[in-house]
Design a protein around this ligand. Structure first.
Ligand code: FAD
Length: 471
């Protein structure tokens, strides 16, 4: 029986596993990614990338290809009694340090297909129709048995194998599920309507708030319809949409995807097993789709984890660094569950009977989660916050700081003319941003940081900041 030795074995090639493999490749790590399915998703499931994901995808060199495929959307509206009673986008417009102040409405399949192709081109294709059957962990690493009979020896295993994770079950990691008895239908399709089409997320207010209209890429529209029972037909779901959109008419010319899901909420007790096995994405957190956070939270898990594995494997960092994956990401998952839980319950229960308006109020209150921009690690003043994006000129060419970041290394940014009085760690990228116009080198007009040295992690959170000397 053949035995292969690599840095990371990734179980699951959903969006989170795929991104883990892509980031591992960018980081110079050897990885094998397996999936029991025959190919990437073609329709359905998650529908939006938030502003933070867009920033992260820029660092991962995926943004340029994805962005033109989606539809920007920054407005949540309430439709009641034949008219819009509220249309709000304040929480997006007020975002600081961010260029794309909106959701990018785009199906999960686009993300999966792009990354799947990139991996194939990079010579690390997903090994399809292959499941994991056993994982043994020892001090020296992991030994995984695949359904093909092959044994893979790896330093680490990542379980990105979805809500029914084999990896989580194999290591007996507790995952207690709450079921609030809320069942949704979801329809993606091409509609014909005399409703004035706008790229807004519209929540329809009737006795409760049981229909939401989500704009999507291309000619597709999505509807979520709360049915609260398992046995219903597509016609029953469509007639709920038609009732909500009155006095306008709507019919589906084509249906691309029809599915149902009952809301389940859980966060895994642990995001890692010992030092060697990690869970990411739906394998360690599931919740309702309200607020569009499942895919976005999973992608952020991947960004948080891979650079830490790289630091341990290639730069001699202590294994202790890996503990910060769970200590940083589990609180985020818990806050995401709270947000989506509050949103989904508000569609059914309202003390004042104003479900849809309550919904938008919660979106506003929880905007930090929903935009992704409120996520921070730790509670210090600046360390643990995301680096603000801003315009930078390279000579006369305009670019942005996020275009200059590199997932494969830390970046030390020196703002202004002062010097640092500490040694720069090897392999750190150093960028100096001058104040005001320069003929050569980087300079900025509206830089949010002044006379500071800021060390930025590969996932673009600030590691530490110091004042420059002799400025
Ligand atoms: C039916 C459904 C509808 C959804 N609808 C929405 C929606 O409308 N909006 C929204 O925002 N989110 C939605 N989601 C959630 C969103 O799709 C997930 O948050 C996202 O897919 C999580 O990505 P992931 O990579 O963690 O897991 P997944 O996408 O589930 O990927 C896990 C992968 O692991 C593979 N796998 C599993 N077990 C094994 C094994 N033993 N060996 C090898 N491979 C394995 C699977 O084949 C799969 O490809 C939906 C999810 C589901 C299941």
């Amino acid at each position: 029986m053949s035995e292969k030795r690599i840095d990371i074995l990734i179980v699951g090639a959903g969006p989170v596993g795929l991104l883990c493999a892509h980031l591992a490749h960018l980081s110079g790590l050897s990885a094998v990614i397996i999936d029991k399915s025959e190919g990437p998703l073609q329709v359905g499931r998650a529908d939006a990338l938030n502003a933070r994901s867009l920033q992260l995808l820029e660092i991962a060199k995926l943004f340029d290809e994805l962005y033109p495929l989606g539809k920007p959307c920054n407005t949540s509206s309430v439709w009641s009694n034949g008219q819009f009673v509220s249309r709000q986008s304040k929480w997006w417009e007020e975002l600081e340090g961010c260029l794309h102040k909106h959701f990018l409405m785009i199906g999960q399949s686009y993300v999966e297909n792009l990354v799947d192709k990139k991996l194939a081109r990079a010579g690390v294709p997903v090994r399809r129709a292959t499941a994991v059957e056993d994982i043994q962990v020892s001090e020296g690493g992991c030994l995984t048995k695949l359904s093909t009979g092959e044994l893979i020896r790896s330093q680490f295993v990542i379980g990105a194998d979805g809500s029914r994770s084999f990896v989580r079950g194999h290591f007996n990691i507790s995952f207690e599920i709450t079921r609030p008895q809320i069942i949704w239908a979801v329809i993606d399709g091409i509609i014909e309507t005399d409703f004035p089409k706008v790229p807004e997320i519209i929540v329809f207010q009737s006795e409760t708030s049981d229909v939401a209209w989500i704009p999507r890429e291309g000619p597709i529209d999505r509807f979520y319809i709360r049915m609260d029972r398992k046995d219903f037909t597509i016609d029953e779901a469509v007639s709920k949409i038609q009732r909500a959109m009155r006095p306008h008419s709507v019919r589906f010319r084509e249906i691309a995807w029809f599915s149902q899901f009952s809301v389940k909420e859980s966060v895994a007790e642990k995001f890692q097993y010992g030092d060697r096995v990690f869970l990411a994405g739906d394998a360690c957190h599931i919740h309702s789709v309200n607020g569009g956070q499942g895919l976005n939270t999973g992608l952020a898990d991947a960004f948080n984890l891979i650079w830490k594995l790289k630091m341990v494997l290639k730069s001699g960092a202590s294994m202790d660094l890996l503990k910060s994956y769970e200590s940083e990401r589990k609180p985020v998952a818990l806050s995401v569950i709270e947000t989506s839980g509050e949103l989904v319950r508000s569609t059914k229960y309202s003390e004042t009977g104003t479900h849809a308006e309550d919904y938008v109020r919660i979106v506003r209150k929880r905007a930090g989660n929903i935009t992704g921009m409120g996520i921070r690690y730790g509670s210090d003043e600046i360390a643990g916050t995301r680096l603000f994006d801003f315009e930078v000129f390279d000579g006369t060419r305009a670019t942005r700081i996020y275009s200059l970041l590199d997932y494969a290394r830390f970046t030390l940014i020196l703002f202004g003319e002062g010097e640092i009085n500490f040694e720069i760690p090897k392999s750190t990228q150093v960028l100096r941003i001058h104040r005001g116009k320069r003929g050569g080198g980087y300079w900025s007009r509206e830089c949010p940081y002044v006379d500071q040295a800021i060390l930025v992690r590969p996932d673009s959170y600030i590691q530490l900041a110091a004042t420059l000397v002799g400025r």
